[in-house]
Design a protein around this ligand. Sequence first.
Ligand SMILES: *[C@@H]1O[C@H](CO)[C@@H](O)[C@H](O)[C@H]1NC(C)=O
Ligand SMILES: *[C@@H]1O[C@H](CO)[C@@H](O)[C@H](O)[C@H]1NC(C)=O
Ligand SMILES: *[C@@H]1O[C@H](CO)[C@@H](O)[C@H](O)[C@H]1NC(C)=O
Ligand SMILES: *[C@@H]1O[C@H](CO)[C@@H](O)[C@H](O)[C@H]1NC(C)=O
Length: 494
Amino acid sequence: MMKSSLIILFVSIICCWQQILADTPANCTYEDIKGLWLFEETEPIKDRWEKCPEHQQQREKYSKKIFIRLDFPNVAVDKFGNIGEWTMIYNQGFEVKINYRKYFAFSAYERKSENNVLSYCHKTQPGWSHDVLGNNWACYVGHKVNNWNDDVSKTVSAEKFPVKQHSERDLYLQNINVEHILSQKHIDHLNSQQKSWKAIVYPDLQTKSIEHLIQMAGGRKSRIISRPKPLRATEQQKQLARSLPESFDWRNLNGIDYVSPVRDQGKCGSCYTFASMAMLESRIRIQTNNTFKPIFSTQEVVDCSEYSQGCDGGFSYLIAGKYAQDFGVIDESCYPYKGVTGKCQNQQNFNQTNEKCKQRTYTIDYKYVGGYFGACNEEAMQIELVQNGPIAVGFEVYGDFFGYSKGIYSHQPSNESNDQHKPTIKAEFNPFEMTNHAVLIVGYGKDKKTGEKYWIVKNSWGKQWGMDGYFWMRRGTDECAIESLAMAATPIPN
Ligand SMILES: *[C@@H]1O[C@H](CO)[C@@H](O)[C@H](O)[C@H]1NC(C)=O
Ligand SMILES: *[C@@H]1O[C@H](CO)[C@@H](O)[C@H](O)[C@H]1NC(C)=O
Ligand SMILES: *[C@@H]1O[C@H](CO)[C@@H](O)[C@H](O)[C@H]1NC(C)=O
Ligand SMILES: *[C@@H]1O[C@H](CO)[C@@H](O)[C@H](O)[C@H]1NC(C)=O
């Protein structure tokens, strides 16, 4: 597959579901998921923090049956013709909203051995459902079926739906030579190849282990998936985007800064929660004209969220969006950052004399920009950014990115590597692009001399990296897949 002596951090912001700890997740495509599903749901559970019953052993508990067809591009239909919507969450699972209920589950998979992982895309792991007000929680398991009203014995079988097998070794980094990446010789080469951005040697990074760099880039695993182009902007989006300012920056909107300080995730693949909290923090500043300037706990998500995988990765959609809506987030002072996955502390253990620890902050709404995963594009991102505030994105970190110091970044493929090569999947609709690192877009601009367009992006590698912790990424060309999965959530200020 991919091989390079230049570091190729084909790692991903996703990983495994903590309980199941097979630390390779499913790899399911849009085409795998689209179609008719039977959801078997339990009676309501008492407490949303409760564990879902094991499906194989306690099947009788999953007694309620709901049939839902997932159509192109994001339409969900039930047996009675009620219409709802759905979205993939990368290649990990999917969320359905229909009849005032929400359903989310990760796709099923099994790790046979280190190098043998099976994805069962026609099944889900036990997932969670609740009404749109966040009440009446239940557990459910989804199976693909052939016909409306089929019972579970008629679910699509493994023969009809061949399980996918892949070698984990292919996903790991190969031939990585950190010195090579961060050496003066290599940096000089990067700087001689192009004029758009400048690389420097970060002495601090040179001392870091490969594992540390992988965690900085988002976590352990990768998906070798791609998509040709982001969904084209509609005429309406284009028109609206034309009316936006040529440059925009939430750090300086008529002299006012609405963005919370840059943080450092350290040696933990928790970028997804830093990007998520940074978005909520900034949007609350915007909503309240800087009256409230919360800093939210990233550690609480790392330790407590079942929608993500601690230091092994996760998705902003499931954290800034779903976790914040379902469980809420809390102040940093109540649950300070440690940078390792720990045991979840519940609210009773927080500092009771700290008023901030008595409340959680929730999101009222969340979505992929464009409405569902795969519908993203530059114009839709600009519109969401200017109208509502910073947006969380994922992108693919290559080795050269570590050396970035300033300018408009675009990936420089090494002549020694075939890291440009991406297998493409022939499918009706295939929104996947590999991304591994999650960050926050706070603005955009255009170089006066060259006309090159860029996004202004907040990283979580500390202030000493890049331009005071920020970087510019080439805009309008889906550079490193940065225009493939932007998401936005609306917090409710306390
Ligand atoms: C994920 O699935 C797609 C489509 O089936 C395949 O092309 C790709 O190689 C898979 N990726 C991994 C990491 O197995
Ligand atoms: C927002 O804050 C700024 C700076 O403190 C102030 O000048 C402005 O009047 C405020 N706007 C509103 C609508 O309160
Ligand atoms: C608890 O919070 C209060 C108020 O913020 C603070 O003064 C105190 O030092 C905190 N106690 C601990 C043990 O962190
Ligand atoms: C690219 O190829 C040239 C000629 O083969 C070689 O001299 C150079 O070192 C290579 N660059 C890198 C980054 O390996």
